[in-house]
Design a binder for this molecule. Structure first.
Ligand SMILES: [Zn+2]
Length: 263
C-alpha cells in the first residue's frame, strides 16, 4: 500500500502525493472509503493517478464524484477516461462548463490556440449533473459547498470545505490569477467580485488548481484586486477592459485641436 500524504484531514493532492509535478492540482477528498476528485488533469496522467489512488487503498468503486472546476483542457482532458475507469462516479460541473465539455468546444477550453501552434485532443463528455452556487457535495458526513466564482471563465467553481477553499484558477500563491482572455469568456468585473468574496470570507487556506497550497492573505489578495481594477481601464486587456480613458482624452483633444506647445 502507498502511504497516504494528507495535506489536511481528509484531503490529499496528487502532485504532493507523487512528490512531483504531474499537471494541474488534483485534489482527492475522502471520508472512510468514499472519495471524490476535484479535476483530473490531462489524459496522459489519468490512468497513472487512478492507479496511485488504488495503491493508496481507496476502493475505485467508491469514487462518488468527478468534479470539474471549469472546462479548460489542462483540467478536464482526462475526464472521459476517468469516467470509464470510475463508472460509479458522478461527473459534475457548472452548466457553462457542461456545455463546453459536451460540445467539445476547442476554443473556449484552450484545446486549440492556433496562433501558438497548440492543438490538443479534447474528448467531449456529457456531465451527469450540473452544479452551482449553494449546492453541497456530500461524502459521508462531510459537506463540500459549491461556490460559483466567475471571472477566469464563466463556469469557474470553487469548493469550500471547512476552513479550506479549493479555489480553482481564481488566485495562486504569487498573486497571479487564471488568465484573462476574451476568447475564454473571462470577465474582469466578475473576477474582482469573486476575488473580493474570497478575500472577505473566513476561509484560512486556499488550495488552488495550479501551484502550492497557501494561507489566505488579505493584503496579497487586495493587491491582486487593485491590479485587476486597473486592468478594467487598460487597452492591454482588449475587449475584457470595460473602458479606455485615453479615448475620452483624445475626444477632448480632437475637439480642441492639437497644440504642439502642450503636446
Ligand atoms: Zn487552469
Amino acid at each position: 500500500m502507498l502511504p497516504r500524504v494528507e495535506l489536511f484531514p481528509h484531503v490529499i493532492e496528487m502532485n504532493y502525493q507523487a512528490r512531483q509535478r504531474l499537471g494541474c492540482c488534483v485534489y482527492l477528498v475522502f471520508h472512510e472509503n468514499d472519495w471524490l476528485l476535484i479535476d483530473i488533469g490531462y489524459e496522459d496522467t489519468t490512468a497513472e493517478i487512478i492507479e496511485m489512488i488504488r495503491q493508496m487503498d481507496f476502493p475505485l468503486s467508491n469514487c462518488r464524484y468527478l468534479v470539474a472546476t471549469h472546462a479548460d483542457v489542462d483540467h478536464v482532458q482526462g475526464l472521459k477516461v476517468a469516467k470509464e475507469l470510475l463508472p460509479s462516479a458522478e461527473t459534475v460541473g457548472h452548466a457553462d462548463a457542461a456545455r463546453a465539455l459536451a460540445d467539445g468546444d476547442r476554443i473556449l477550453t484552450y484545446a486549440e490556440i492556433s496562433a501558438q501552434g497548440i492543438s490538443m485532443d479534447f474528448p467531449p463528455i456529457k456531465l451527469d449533473r450540473t452544479i452551482g452556487e449553494g449546492d453541497v457535495l456530500k461524502l459521508g458526513d462531510l459537506e463540500i459547498e459549491v461556490w460559483h466564482t466567475p471571472g477566469h471563465t464563466s463556469g469557474q467553481l470553487a469548493f469550500r470545505f471547512g476552513e479550506l477553499l479549493f479555489s480553482g484558477d481564481n488566485i495562486y500563491r504569487d498573486g497571479c490569477v487564471g488568465n484573462i482572455d476574451a476568447h475564454h469568456g473571462s470577465d474582469i468585473p466578475d473576477f474582482i467580485k469573486s476575488l473580493s468574496r474570497i478575500r472577505d470570507s473566513d476561509v484560512t487556506w486556499l488550495l488552488p488548481s495550479h501551484g502550492p497550497v497557501f494561507r489566505k492573505d488579505r493584503d496579497m489578495m487586495q493587491k491582486t484586486i487593485d491590479r485587476l481594477t486597473e486592468y478594467q481601464h487598460m487597452a492591454d486587456f482588449g475587449t475584457c477592459a470595460v473602458d479606455w480613458p485615453l479615448l475620452t482624452e483624445w475626444d477632448e483633444e480632437l475637439a480642441r485641436g492639437f497644440d504642439p506647445e502642450k503636446g
